[in-house]
Structures are given as structure tokens and as C-alpha cells.
Design a protein around this ligand. Structure first.
Ligand code: SAM
Length: 234
């Protein structure tokens, strides 16, 4: 039996490319975004009561990976990319049905004639990610603090201290009123050291780039310090 699933809404996210997105939701609280629901899934009655929940489960499509297929064994970043595990024993984005699951904080619900917007925080999703379902997070059933979580028992530790050059600080100050979350977002994303584990030591002088909102951000790691060299509008 085959099922067809259509997107119900689309994610607006500061993450414009996969690189540097945290590996799970809730790791970067300054990541603010929205689920934008269009007709016929935007009617206010579909969301009646949702404001009583602080968190939501989102089911979505890893839309940038679905055409790349999947493999039975994957290399989890937690293991430094050296050891293989079965795809169903990981949160790999390359999966047979290409579906993902994230819990996010619900901040606000806004209805207009054209759309319903659910403002959210802590997302780990790329801009444009198709949402296929939304459900309330129910702590008594969904939070299992004594569960064993294999290689992912603890959240990744913040590995780096983040500092900004004067030029980067000037740009951030200039855009602060229109992008209030940009600087805390850069700090929280870079603290986690988004470099691929196998490159982190080999290429210590390399200048990396990432795109958040509409800004190109260049940075370099020296020891335990991450220097944000520049923040430039795209
Ligand atoms: N919490 C979800 C889960 O467990 O199913 C996602 C975990 S997955 C390891 C998180 C990564 O998915 C992010 O670091 C990002 O690189 C990637 N990602 C996010 N949105 C995506 C999308 N629409 N298409 C492909 N990859 C995406």
C-alpha cells in the first residue's frame, strides 16, 4: 500500500544552508522561525487550542536530501564520522522515506486572511522545509528522562568561545534593530563548533563561511576560540 503526503506548510528559518544547522532542535534557542500555513490548512479553526501548548512536534521532509537516496549504514557525526551505524539507529537525514521529527517551542500564533503563522524557537530546520504534520508535545508521554539514548545521551558540549572582530561588530550593530537575534544566533551556532569532526583538526587555519538570514558570516577557529571575521549582507 502506498500513501501520498502533501506539504501542509513551509518553514521560515534563519538557516539558509545545511552547514552549521544544529544537529537537533533546542540546542540553539536564538534560532527563531515560523511555520507558515497556507490554504486550505491555514483556517484558524485548525489551530484552536494550540496556544495552550508550549511545544510542538513537527514532522517534515528532508527536502534537500530526498533525491540523494539513502544507505543502510551511516556515519554519525557523534562518532567523528569514523564508525558506521544502521540508519534506523540514527537521526540521519538520509532515510528511506526522507522524513524528520523535531520538537520546537511555540511562541505565538498569528492569523491573516492569507496565512497562519506559528512563530517558533529552537528549530533545526532549513529555510523552505516542507511541514507534513504538527502535533502538540505532551510531556507525560513524550518526555522520558530515564531513557537510554545510545551515543546521544548528553547534548553536545559547547566547544568554542566566540569573539567578533571590530568590523563584524559594526555590521551587527548596524542591523541590530532589524535582526535582533542575529548576534546571539551566531554565538550559539558557533559555540557548538559546526566544523565536520574529521576536518576540525586537519584544517585548523581554514576560513569557514555560513549563511544566516541574509548574511554571509566568515569565521576561523584558533584553539578553543572562534573568531567571527566578517558579517556581510548577501
Ligand atoms: N530533529 C530532526 C530529526 O531527528 O529527525 C532532524 C535531525 S537532523 C540530524 C538535523 C540536520 O538536518 C541539520 O543539522 C541540518 O543539516 C539537516 N536539515 C535540516 N533541514 C533539512 C532539510 N529540509 N533538508 C535536508 N537536511 C536538513
Amino acid at each position: 500500500m502506498n500513501y501520498s503526503i502533501e506539504p501542509l506548510g513551509i518553514i521560515e528559518s534563519p538557516y539558509r544552508e545545511k552547514f552549521a544547522i544544529p544537529r537537533q532542535p533546542g540546542l540553539v534557542n536564538s534560532a527563531r522561525g515560523a511555520i507558515v500555513m497556507h490554504t486550505p490548512y491555514s483556517q484558524p479553526e485548525l489551530f484552536r487550542g494550540i496556544e495552550n501548548y508550549t511545544h510542538l512536534w513537527l514532522q517534515f521532509v528532508f527536502h534537500q536530501n530526498v533525491e540523494k537516496g539513502w544507505q543502510p549504514l551511516v556515519r554519525p557525526p557523534r562518532l567523528g564520522g569514523n564508525k558506521k551505524m544502521g540508519v534506523f539507529a540514527t537521526r540521519s537525514t538520509f532515510r528511506p522515506n526522507g522524513l524528520g521529527l523535531s520538537v520546537v517551542q511555540l511562541l505565538d500564533v498569528r492569523h491573516t486572511k492569507q496565512e497562519t503563522r506559528l512563530e517558533i524557537a529552537g528549530l533545526d530546520l532549513l529555510h523552505g522545509t516542507p511541514i507534513i504534520d504538527i502535533k502538540p508535545y505532551i510531556p507525560y508521554a513524550d518526555a522520558l528522562p530515564h531513557a537510554s539514548a545510545g551515543i546521544a545521551q548528553e547534548p553536545p558540549k559547547n566547544a568554542l568561545q566566540v569573539e567578533f572582530t571590530e568590523a563584524a561588530q559594526l555590521t551587527l550593530a548596524h542591523y541590530k534593530s532589524s535582526y535582533p537575534y542575529l548576534q546571539p544566533l551566531i554565538i550559539e551556532v558557533l559555540q557548538q563548533d559546526p566544523r565536520p569532526a574529521y576536518k576540525a583538526q586537519a584544517e585548523s587555519d581554514r576560513i569557514y563561511g555560513m549563511v544566516l538570514y541574509d548574511f554571509n558570516i566568515k569565521w576561523q577557529v584558533q584553539g578553543a576560540c572562534c573568531h567571527v571575521l566578517s558579517v556581510q549582507p548577501v
